[in-house]
Design a protein around this ligand. Structure first.
Ligand code: N01
Length: 536
């Protein structure tokens, strides 16, 4: 649209920003259940959020398929035909597109539309959201589903602009990239790096993994499920989802209540081995014993077991040494489809950039501190995301008294319940800061349902707006910090605490109290008439 044309103004009840798992369900609730006028915008050219962007080879959900979907519609659940333990990106994207069509939501979705600014009018009680498409939305409610892990992080390596090969980030994967026979470099070995390395090695001419920190990973154990297993998942729908909502990490298994040192050494090894054989990163950390994430000695037992497996799998002694972590096992637990085995391949090499850092990128590849040039046709940055608040602080969002969200969060992102923040009335966040740390679809459903109920209550009582009280946000931040401090997670540098982005303040960004407790806080808030909120 030409810049001299005035913006087209659309007045609606609610604007949803983001069309991933959260935004789609929110739009469904607003349109189909509350009967409000609502639009969902997304900067992408398709719906799907994370699963639209992360089309890299090997992209797979590491939550089991029977709980990596919506549960709000039993028929939808029964009709979903995934038949593997974990589900691949194209299937998830197809599923989310199917959901949009099933509920006729596409007419209310505006794609390739980026929110450029949002401003709350204190007098009218209305949000004005400008976009890059010449359309301005005026809405009583603004619901942001901007993505927890969606603002890509491409480190500013010296000379990055000189690289003449193809430079890609896994979270913005191009459709046209053929890696067959290419010299491929992968920087990063988190959840994404592990998946991409394993999937690309068999097709690349040569793959070089640039690893800064070795990782603990266990087999995913992905497999085709039998017809009996699939039938049981459908039959046990109620019980399974009840278990998920009353668990901690919402992964669909019963978390252990057994302490690591309450069993004999032999029994401990047997339990670790059984879970290793069955597969699953969260299972290994939470289904084996209850104290791996909290007790350093217990943690070391699990770490030692995985180190032993690395020693068995990786043949070359120097590669094995570099791949073996020595620190705590306290990042988001990883699982893989043959990651350590991949390093036995002749066409795969490992550069430990923790010991031998990247000095610069040149036209032909990466030069490490030892002066070696690693020649590359393609460089894949599996370098993660500016998680949680990354997409929020890119946009000029202003609440009451023209306060900027970026300034509001200058000491780190905060919220009440991961969904509301003081000074920003009627603005809700799906997976905002200090929300639950779980398998995400169940937490997304929990939050969307709460937001929807809250908007329903505002409408029913003919209120203008609702806003978290200032003290409650501080209180919730302290609760999140206290719970995190009872675990080992803050002791490991990771995106969970904002430690992966240079210059980002390290703060608690999740509620680690589990989905059951989280849901009970939400229920209480609603049942007692939103005592933690100011209303007008
Ligand atoms: O990102 P990460 P991710 N030089 O931040 C390295 C979800 N997810 O995309 O460990 C060199 O974990 C960095 O090194 P280090 C899941 O929640 C889910 O892998 O910081 N290296 C690390 O190795 C996951 O936890 C699925 O020393 C640099 C890597 O890049 C979250 O996304 C699948 C560097 C980044 O790892 C994030 O995972 C995939 C630098 N300057 C992802 N900067 C599912 O299955 C960073 N690194 C649902």
């Amino acid at each position: 649209m030409a810049s001299h044309e005035p913006d087209q103004i659309r007045e609606i009840d609610a604007l949803v920003v983001g069309c991933g798992f959260g935004g789609i369900y929110m739009l469904y609730k607003l349109r189909r259940e509350l009967g409000l006028t609502a639009i969902a915008i997304d900067k992408a050219s398709g719906v799907g959020g994370t699963w639209f962007w992360n089309k890299y080879p090997g992209a797979l959900s590491d939550s089991e398929s029977f709980v990596y979907q919506y549960s709000f519609d039993r028929d939808l659940y029964d009709q979903t035909t995934w038949n593997t333990k974990f589900v691949r990106q194209p299937q998830i994207l197809e599923y989310l597109n199917g959901v949009v069509d099933r509920y006729s939501l596409r007419q209310d979705v505006a794609l390739e539309t980026t929110m450029t600014a949002a401003r709350f009018d204190d007098v009218a009680g209305i949000w004005t959201v400008t976009t890059d498409r010449g359309v301005t939305y005026k809405a009583k409610y603004l619901v942001n589903g901007l993505g927890l892990l969606s603002a890509t992080n491409v480190p500013n390596f010296p000379g990055i602009e000189n690289f003449e090969g193809r430079l890609v980030h896994t979270g913005a994967w191009p459709e046209d990239l053929d890696l067959t026979g290419k010299r491929v470099g992968v920087i990063g070995n988190g959840s994404t790096g592990g998946q991409v390395i394993t999937a690309v090695a068999p097709i690349a001419g040569h793959l070089t993994s640039f690893q800064r920190t070795p990782q603990y990973s266990v087999p995913a154990g992905n497999r085709v499920l039998s017809n009996e297993e699939l039938a049981r998942q459908k039959e046990n729908f109620e019980a399974n989802w009840d278990q998920v909502r009353n668990s901690s990490v919402a992964m669909g298994f019963v978390e252990s209540e057994v302490e690591t040192f309450s069993v004999s050494d032999e029994e401990r090894q047997r339990i670790f081995q059984r879970t290793w054989d069955e597969g699953g990163g969260f299972r290994f950390m939470f289904e084996t014993f209850c104290d791996i994430a909290t007790n350093p000695e217990a943690n070391e037992e699990a770490a030692k077991f995985i180190r032993g497996k690395i020693a068995e799998i990786v043949k070359d002694p120097e590669t094995r040494r570099k791949l073996t972590p020595t620190d705590l096992y306290a990042r988001r637990p990883l699982c893989d489809s043959g990651l350590y085995e991949t390093f036995n391949r002749d066409n795969v090499s490992l550069v430990h950039v923790g010991e031998n850092p990247i000095r610069e990128l040149t036209a032909n590849g990466i030069v490490t501190e030892d002066g070696v040039l690693h020649e590359l046709d393609v460089l894949i940055c599996a370098t993660g995301f500016d998680a949680v608040d990354g997409n929020y602080v890119k946009v000029d969002i202003r609440g009451r008294n023209n306060e900027s969200l970026k300034e509001h969060w200058q000491d780190g992102p905060t919220s009440y319940l991961g969904m509301a923040t003081t000074g920003f009335p009627n603005m809700f966040m799906i997976l905002g800061p200090n929300g639950p740390f779980t398998n995400l679809p169940p937490s997304i459903e929990t939050q969307v349902e709460w937001i929807s109920d809250t908007i329903g209550a505002i409408e029913k009582d003919a209120m203008g707006w609702i806003e978290a009280k200032p003290d409650i946000e501080t209180e919730w931040t302290d609760i999140c910090a206290d719970i995190a401090d009872q675990t080992l997670f803050p002791k490991a540098a990771s995106w969970i605490f904002g430690a992966n982005i240079p210059g980002k303040k390290r703060t608690v960004m999740f509620y680690l109290g589990g989905i059951k407790e989280y849901r009970s806080v939400l229920d209480n808030e609603k049942a007692s008439g939103y005592p933690s909120f100011l209303t007008q």
